[in-house]
Design a protein around this ligand. Structure first.
Ligand SMILES: *Cc1c(COP(=O)(O)O)cnc(C)c1O
Length: 394
């Protein structure tokens, strides 16, 4: 029996202000619907080359081994870990949130001898404590998350590579949420391997994971004594597919690469500095508005992510009820807390295309209604007024 009654889907139009995916630009959506060509068609090879070259610009690197892994951000994480780690290698993983925890799990599965350096959720690591751990353990790899989407904290990276390199190790950085929203300077900061995802500040639907490896990291991969445990994510083969020889490995998701191509074009058209400044401006306005409504950030001033605002749920507010009202009445998605932050925080994303004054103002007004409906005292219009004042520079 065949079912001929299933109707076409008709997804609702949302404002995606959660921890990702973010809103997608119409030019990217349009590109996803462009004609599919063969993955070894010379036309597609040009697309791949341009994706690589634009990724290098966005990562601010000249790394030859820079490409988009087929899979989401977690596939990028796994790619970096399984290629750099051989069974028994020591890896320090800095864990101050869910994604650091995930990296430690991936490293353990790859057979690493994992040393977890831990900090409470919402805090960041100091260069001193990283230096002490590196000195004590001399790891082959130190892994750290730049923008911890689960907590809303931004990890300073500038000093870390020197510490890791001085001990002969490699620095691996999770840039899933930071890329396209705050500066990510792979070469200046001497990061050896980094991965990202398409659906955060690059504002492309989920499905690809940009990665980049320094010459040092490539050397470590070439010196491996054992095969990479994952056939699919083995960079020694994937690089030949993306490189000059174009040797078939797997079929790249053609249309996703079209989408990423257009998303990267949008990033470069806007300019990295202008894009980062936009994220910062809208974050400040949102913060001013939330503050006027009596809502506090969960992360200390100075370490807050502009693209992911983790705030404490005000006393008396019903977490799930507010989030579902935002979604059902206003079409706005925000995120709840993850791990130990569950039920304690809301995660308000202003990633990529979503980071617009329009969304900040609509969200503040909508949140006021949700809170008032729950009989929580909020000064009328204070959030929107404070955000507007912030935009005016008052
Ligand atoms: C979203 C995210 C990931 C995982 O990416 P997926 O696309 O969900 O697989 C990893 N690290 C960070 C910091 C993230 O925000």
């Amino acid at each position: 029996m065949t079912d001929r009654t299933v109707q076409p889907i008709n997804p609702p139009r949302r404002i995606l202000m959660g921890p990702g995916p973010s809103d997608t630009h119409h030019r990217v959506l349009q590109m996803l619907g462009a004609p599919t060509v063969g993955h070894l068609d010379p036309y597609f090879l040009t697309v791949m080359n341009e994706v690589q070259s634009m990724l290098r610009q966005v990562f601010q690197t000249t790394n030859e081994m820079t490409l988009a892994v087929s899979g989401t951000g977690s596939a990028g994480m796994e790619t970096c870990v399984v290629n750099l780690i051989e069974p028994g290698d020591k890896m320090i993983v800095c864990v101050n949130g869910v994604f650091g925890g995930r990296m430690a799990d991936v490293a353990e599965r790859a057979g690493a001898q994992v040393i977890k350096l831990e900090r409470p959720f919402g805090e960041v690591f100091s260069a001193e404590e990283i230096a002490a751990a590196v000195k004590q353990h001399s790891p082959k790899v130190l892994g750290i998350v730049h923008a911890e989407t689960s907590t809303g904290a931004l990890q300073p990276l500038e000093e870390i590579s020197k510490i890791v390199h001085a001990a002969g190790g490699l620095l691996l950085v999770d840039c899933v949420t930071s890329l396209g929203g705050v500066p990510v300077k792979i070469d200046d900061w001497q990061v050896d391997a980094a991965y990202s995802g398409t659906q955060k500040c690059l504002s492309c639907p989920p499905g690809l994971a940009p990665v980049t490896f320094s010459a040092r990291a490539v050397e470590a991969i070439e010196k491996r004594k054992t095969k990479v445990q994952s056939w699919y994510l083995d960079m020694s083969m994937v690089r030949n597919y993306w490189g000059q020889s174009r040797a078939y490995h797997h079929t790249a998701p053609i249309n996703m690469n079209y989408g990423l191509h257009e998303a990267l074009r949008l990033v470069l058209e806007e300019g990295l500095e202008a894009r980062h400044a936009r994220h910062h401006r809208n974050h400040l306005a949102l913060k001013a508005g939330l503050k006027a409504m009596g809502i506090q950030y969960a992360v200390a001033e100075g370490h807050q992510l502009p693209m992911l605002n983790a705030v404490l749920i005000p006393a008396g507010a019903d977490d799930a009820a507010v989030r579902s009202q935002l979604l059902n009445e206003f079409g706005i998605e925000i995120g709840g807390g993850l791990g130990p932050m569950k039920g304690k925080t809301w995660r308000i994303g202003l990633m990529g295309e979503t980071s617009q004054p329009r969304n900040v103002l609509v969200f503040l007004a909508a949140l006021e209604k949700c809170l008032v409906d729950q009989k929580i005292a909020v000064p009328a219009g204070a959030g929107v007024a404070a955000a507007n004042a912030c935009y005016r520079g008052a």
